[in-house]
Design a protein around this ligand. Structure first.
Ligand code: FPP
Length: 229
């Protein structure tokens, strides 16, 4: 891949956008776009392992996604449940630690069970931390944390480092309530590519872009004293 380890982002966040449009452009049902998106995600996970990334967070289902047509919501719930069950052994074998970030309510119990089982099975892994944001909203996370005391201490995963590189596919240029606290200083990377077309090669391209940006704007590898990281 050709990027030295000290130029890799510690934490990459991805807003996986465009599954529906990818399917519609092919005259296919939107559900097939999500299935193609699953293949893209796991190719990216392989790429993250290959590159040596330590933290990868993906937006799988937002607090706003409940407002989609009931048939699509039902599909997405079943889809994620099936995906978690089928990919669990793979994550265990590859050293991936999976965690769900988001409110439990009103996620159906059978979906939460698959998340809990995957979290439990992968708890001992430490090669790549994969955060799956599900029924997640950045404002909700901040409200929940503030209600319990100091915000940084009560985020859904308090040990999660700041997002260094935030990728969004499909040409949309918005944060959409994704990891608001953690992305305060994130470098933003937008691509027109629809999520099902994304791949480990596309991830490497984004990593190269990130590495070059630091060189262009920084002059120093590390921020100076008193500057934000
Ligand atoms: C957006 O496409 C994408 C999603 C709703 C997320 C799909 C979820 C995955 C690919 C996998 C989740 C992973 C785990 C590990 C549980 P869209 O429907 O918003 O596309 P559109 O903007 O073109 O309509």
């Amino acid at each position: 891949m050709g990027i030295s380890v000290d130029r890799l982002p510690g934490h990459v966040g991805i807003i996986m956008d465009g599954n529906g449009r990818w399917a519609e452009a092919r005259g296919l049902d939107r559900s097939l776009g999500h299935e193609a998106g699953e293949r893209a995600l796991f190719d990216v996970v392989e790429g993250a392992l290959e590159a040596g990334l330590r933290y990868l967070s993906v937006y799988a289902f937002s607090t706003e996604n409940w407002s989609r047509p009931p048939s699509e919501v039902a599909f997405l719930l079943g889809f994620n449940r099936r995906l978690l069950r089928q990919r669990r052994d793979y994550m265990v074998e590859r050293g991936v630690r999976m965690r769900r970030l988001g409110r439990r309510d009103p996620v159906p119990g059978d979906v939460l069970e698959e998340f809990d089982a995957a979290e439990e099975a992968t708890r001992g892994n430490d090669r790549l931390a994969l955060q799956v944001c599900f029924n997640y909203g950045g404002r909700a996370e901040l409200e929940d944390a503030a209600a319990r005391g100091s915000i940084p201490a009560h985020l859904y995963a308090p040990d999660l480092p700041d997002v260094d590189l935030l990728i969004r596919t499909s040409g949309e240029k918005r944060l959409s309530n994704f990891l608001l606290w953690q992305s305060a200083y994130a470098e933003l990377y937008f691509t027109e590519m629809l999520w099902p077309d994304f791949s480990r090669a596309a991830l490497f391209e984004a990593l190269r872009d990130y590495a070059a940006r630091r060189r262009r704007f920084g002059g120093l590898d590390e921020p100076g004293e008193g500057e934000p990281r």
